[in-house]
Design a protein. Structure first.
Lengths: 240, 240
DNA sequence: TAAGCACCTGTGCAACTCCACAGGATGTGC
DNA sequence: GCACATCCTGTGGAGTTGCACAGGTGCTTA
């Protein structure tokens, strides 16, 4: 079992994409006979989409994200309220559950997500996430494993969250400055070695326009060369 | 306790220097009443110095490293043999201990390092390290904490190792490739926006020579433009 | 001794960057 | 309506990069 955790630590630390992180957690879940897992990081801004890394059935996760089900998920509600781990199942919080929440649970059940155990994550920066392990029915191996490894899984949840949040490269904040969508895009392509002419072809604009956006990016970042701008871009990417 | 581990995960993941990593572990040790800790990563090549991150008394660790005591440390010997955690104290492995090993233990005792608990780390890549918590005498709080948190501490050891080994990355390793001193230097200046002519003036070489080194750096890194090379340089710097 | 590596330097030239000038359109907030 | 931000496009020219050719020295290792 310790080789499993050792391997998880290595893989997660070295993961630079969400697929690798997902794989590292999937291996832990398999070794502990925990079926499937879902790590859900709630958006900072209400109404924005959360971020998910999961081995739940893709047909279910696609629907969940598309319909914004995190807003009517009683597991999420509970996880937001308190960082203490909890069990859930079909009768979970039945008395305080809305009709929409009940419908969500019934729909998830059709995809084999009927019961589970969730580790809420409230980090120092105010972000809230949850790591859940789910199953289609209560199995003694599943339960035994959770009890036996509860403390380790809490640590694993914390580390997974600390790494996973770096994958949400969303905003265009570079060197403390916000670039426009086009400026950011052109700078990214330049960092890939593309010339203004090539960027123009890629984005369907003139070479001159691509150059214009790169000029703007340099000016905003207060640097005199694209190379310096690219350093700032790369640094901001690795900080997230 | 979970806030302690949560905080540790955040701090360790975000640490870019050994001081930050040391601080993250020191806080865990303090919270668990585990006195001081020492993470020792053995060198791959026999005879080379190990790497140490520790809150042991600096007067002791300086002597330990200077005299190469890892080669006569029975704790290290045991940790190299098997990844199972173990306790040690003044009578540790007395029967198989050499005179030099006995002397080492007695010397450490003078610095207040008399007993402890060690988590050996054997990673997938063959590297061997050990995380130890030590004390000047056996205290019930120390023992109780170790028993209670043994499993978490094993995970913590694995994660600490996965992160700490990044600090020993040899200089001038960029994108998995080792650049020559001059190549690295010229690339660093280029990343600051300096042209080959300017680099030549700075380093007291001809513009042509600076360009030659930059050409070599690009070739070694397998990229076609300096911009791409600078991305790799910046990434490798932020990973250290 | 020969080979490999790192460092040094010269030439030429097409493509590209950086900086400067100029023009336009659209959408948003006050 | 006006100001601002973003996006779009044209011109010119000096300086620089990327790629190619060529030469050399000194040190280390098998």
């Amino acid at each position: 079992m310790d080789r499993v955790f050792q391997r998880f630590a290595e893989q997660l630390t070295e993961s630079t994409h969400r697929d690798a992180a997902q794989q590292s957690m999937a291996e832990v879940a398999a070794a502990l006979k925990l079926s499937c897992f879902a790590y859900l990081a709630l958006a900072r801004r209400p109404g924005s989409a959360p971020n998910l890394i999961s081995t739940y059935p893709p047909s279910w996760t696609a629907i969940y994200l598309q319909r914004g089900y995190e807003s009517v998920d009683p597991v999420v509600r509970r996880a937001m309220r308190h960082p203490k781990p909890f069990r859930w199942g079909l009768g979970f919080e039945a008395r305080s559950r809305s009709e929409a929440e009940r419908a969500l649970f019934e729909e998830a059940a059709k995809f084999g997500i009927r019961c589970g155990f969730t580790f809420p994550i409230h980090d120092d920066k105010g972000a809230i996430a949850a790591l859940s392990f789910a199953s289609d029915e209560r199995r003694s191996a599943f339960e035994r494993s959770l009890v036996e490894h509860a403390q380790s899984l809490r640590l694993i949840a914390a580390f997974f969250h600390a790494h996973a949040k770096r994958f949400w490269t969303i905003d265009r904040m570079v060197g403390g400055v916000m670039l426009s969508p086009r400026e950011y895009q052109c700078l990214e392509w330049s960092a890939c070695g593309k010339s203004a002419g090539e960027i123009g072809i890629i984005l369907g604009i003139k070479e001159r326009t691509a150059g214009y956006h790169l000029d703007n990016a340099r000016a905003k970042l207060g640097v005199s060369s694209l190379r310096q701008a690219i350093v700032l871009l790369t640094e901001s990417k690795s900080r997230k």
